[in-house]
Design a protein around this ligand. Structure first.
Ligand code: BT5
Length: 329
């Protein structure tokens, strides 16, 4: 987004309940009064509802619902996450853009959002269906001050708790299926993909991607996942404002990241276990043989904690789990 427009939205967003005079805006933005007027007119054309009162100035009453750089900025109330926002109409994958920007030294907390991904990806080269304007497809760049590479996967669980907290505040019955699936009523609503670049014994940066189905009707979901996926709309019957959902999730993610870096993983782990899918239930594990195991939680390294019939504890990694009764990919 062009710099003056960004600054203008920032000034108006910081004064949501009051008008700001044209003179003040012109001073702050270092542009003429008529240039301010032109900018305000352009915002109107984009769908902003603006109150202009003689002798008082301008106030935005409502931003458009469409996802865009300025509408996300209008709703954003984080301290650092997403304050540097890169918005794309269409990309192959926001993960790719994230890696590119991180290599070019993008700041900690940079967020890349796309309306549509043409090659959205899941783990292990699986696809992620990312239709135009229906969901949230975004990646965040984190540069932890110090994090051992083996702990990077814990960030997936941090993000899962952030999303789960957001959804449960909206009265949705959310479960986290280890390690990266967000489930509502037994169907996948969102997925998380954590990728990192590490040097020797420290993480250099992490690109954490979140994909969430928001306004999809049943037929909008990819035909291969229609039977096992859902959207917020399908669960609530209400069309959502994507900007608001995104900015709320960014706020939760910023908060959980700070807890993770400040207090450590154990607190996140407890929160995670409260949402765990199939906790206390028997699943199947595939190592050399297939055996039954009961889910009890997660280990400090983020592995799934199960016990076998003899009560012996095991660390499980994703490739070994058969969730029983569910198809295997
Ligand atoms: C994931 O992988 O769940 C991680 C998805 C991460 C997507 C985000 S979007 C922003 C960023 N940019 C990217 O390119 N990716 C990230 P996994 O656990 O491997 O699950 C993939 C499987 O989920 C697929 O094989 C399908 O079965 C299913 N799937 C694909 N699209 C889906 C959708 N929109 N909703 C629900 N399930 C889907």
């Amino acid at each position: 987004m062009e710099g003056t427009k960004r600054k203008l939205i920032e000034l108006l967003a910081n004064n949501k309940s009051q008008s700001i005079s044209g003179q003040e805006l012109s001073k702050q933005l270092n542009i003429s009064r008529s240039a301010v007027w032109k900018h305000m007119n352009n915002l109107k054309k984009e769908g902003y509802v603006i109150e202009a009162v003689t002798n008082k100035g301008y106030r935005i009453i409502k931003a458009p619902d469409d996802l865009s750089a300025s509408t996300v900025q209008w709703d954003l109330h984080t301290n650092w996450l997403g304050q540097h926002l890169v918005f794309k109409e269409t990309v192959k994958s926001t993960q790719l853009v994230g890696h590119e920007l991180a290599r070019e030294n993008a700041d900690h907390g940079t967020v890349i959002v796309a309306r549509e991904q043409t090659e959205g990806r899941g783990r292990m080269s699986r696809y992620w269906d990312s239709k135009d304007g229906l969901g949230l497809w975004f990646s965040s760049i984190f540069r932890p001050e110090y994090l051992e590479p083996k702990r990077a996967s814990q960030l997936t669980l941090v993000a899962a708790v952030a999303i789960a907290d957001y959804l449960s505040k909206r009265d949705l019955d959310v479960k986290i299926k280890w390690p990266n699936d967000i489930f509502i009523n037994g169907k996948k609503l969102a997925g998380i993909l954590t990728e990192m670049q590490a040097e020797q014994d420290a993480v250099q940066y992490i690109v954490l991607g979140i994909g969430m189905n928001v306004n999809h009707q049943h037929d909008d979901l990819h035909e291969t996942v229609q039977h096992k996926a859902t959207s917020i709309y399908l669960e609530t019957n209400e069309i959502q404002n994507l900007n608001q959902v995104l900015t709320e999730i960014l706020k939760e993610l910023e908060n959980k990241y700070e807890i993770f870096m400040g207090v450590g993983f154990p607190v996140i782990k407890e929160m995670w276990e409260a949402y765990a899918y199939k906790i206390g239930e028997w699943i199947q594990v595939k190592t050399k043989d297939i055996w039954d195991a009961k889910v009890v939680g997660i280990h400090d390294d983020g592995a799934l904690k199960v016990i076998d019939h003899l009560g012996k504890q095991h660390h499980l990694y994703s490739a070994e789990i058969l969730w029983k009764g569910e198809e295997i990919e």
